[in-house]
Design a protein around this ligand. Structure first.
Ligand code: PHE
Length: 351
């Protein structure tokens, strides 16, 4: 009966039971569907009195099923929400944070130290032309020093006809700065440089910082004082001792290779470490080659658009990666550019 059907629906405890009842009453073989089929065999009078009753029954059963289904669904949702409450007192998982790469950190330190000495920061393009990278630095087409640079050349020439290359040093910024700013001039130029070379101490891309001072009456004493002051500040040691050795670069005359004294100390792991400080001539000490420098060659001053009888200067170029390795005790240059998250987390600087 109708009362029976409605009672069963009201008692259904889950959605599966509701579905089973729907099939039992309204499905193709369902009892109410069966009643509807009997209408066809009835006389018109009979149909007129029984038909509305059957339709009303189907209506009320359909409504009851839908209501029961909605009630069960909302109860299920309530239960889930109650079970899944968020505990706002739980500590949040730590968000991974990046670090400042040691090379970037060192470049920042360099810029800060040299800013105190009155140097501005200049930049130049990494894709450079032959003239700025070589010719204007007193290395004409046939100069043997060009061969020592293991240069990456581009297949196409510049619009002006010169060869294009990846700059092999930051020295072309000397020329660009003189041409752009004239004299007096006091700049450093940190940046990437490229040479076709790769082993534990060489990578095809590495970093240099160039320095150039152009003014009146500049001499080697200014160069030595500047480098000494810079290195003491950078390595945070007053006992840094420099040794200037005669050398050769086409763009400086005279040219000076600068060594720094270190002590050989054995660490707790038995390995010996070079610790900067003291004269390299002292017992248990040595000299380490650190950078190239010299008085800017007269020809280079001319290529920079200045009169070498009026202006003199000094220049230097240092490997930034090497400075970082020395200061922070890293031993493989290649690790700098692997992008290994563990290495970066260990050696990187929090921002
Ligand atoms: N450009 C030179 C090099 O890459 C370094 C240097 C710079 C030497 C300035 C002297 C003066 O080796």
């Amino acid at each position: 009966t109708g009362q029976d059907a409605l009672a069963q629906i009201a008692a259904a405890e889950d959605l599966d039971s509701v579905e089973r009842l729907r099939v039992a009453f309204l499905g193709k073989q369902g009892s109410i569907s069966g009643l509807l089929k009997t209408l066809g065999a009835m006389s018109p009078e009979e149909r007129q009195s029984v038909g509305p009753q059957i339709h009303a029954l189907r209506e009320s059963v359909t409504t009851a099923l839908a209501e029961r289904k909605a009630a069960l669904e909302s109860a299920a949702l309530e239960a889930r929400l109650a079970a899944e409450t968020v505990d706002l007192t739980l500590p949040a998982p730590e968000a991974p944070r990046g670090t400042v790469h040691p090379v970037s950190q060192v470049m920042d330190e360099l810029a800060e130290i040299f800013a105190d000495l009155g140097f501005a920061v200049a930049t130049g393009p990494e894709i450079e032309d032959d003239w700025h990278n070589f010719t204007a630095l007193n290395m004409p087409e046939s100069h043997p020093a060009r061969a020592m640079h293991d240069t990456f050349y581009f297949p196409d020439a510049s619009p002006a006809g010169g060869k294009m290359l990846l700059r092999t040093h930051t020295s072309p910024v000397q020329i660009r700065s003189m041409l752009q700013h004239g004299a007096p001039l006091r700049i450093i130029a940190p940046g990437r440089v490229y040479r076709s070379d790769s082993d534990a101490t060489h990578t095809p891309m590495f970093h240099q910082v160039e320095g150039i001072v152009i003014d009146k009456g500049i001499h080697l004493g200014h160069l030595k004082w500047t480098l000494e002051t810079f290195l003491k500040a950078f390595f945070e040691r007053d006992d840094i001792v420099l040794r200037l050795r005669p050398s050769y670069f086409p763009f400086t005359e005279p040219s000076v290779e600068v060594d720094v004294g270190f002590a050989l100390l054995s660490g707790p792991d038995g390995k010996s470490r070079r610790v900067l400080g003291g004269s390299g001539d002292a017992p248990g000490h040595g000299w380490m080659e650190l950078l190239g420098s010299g008085m800017v060659n007269r020809k280079v001053i001319e290529f920079g658009g200045l009169d070498p009888d009026e202006w003199q200067g000094f220049a230097f170029g240092i490997g930034v990666d090497r400075l970082a390795m020395l200061k922070y005790g890293m031993d493989d240059l290649r690790a700098f550019f692997d992008g290994d998250q563990r290495w970066l987390a260990h050696y990187g600087f929090s921002a």
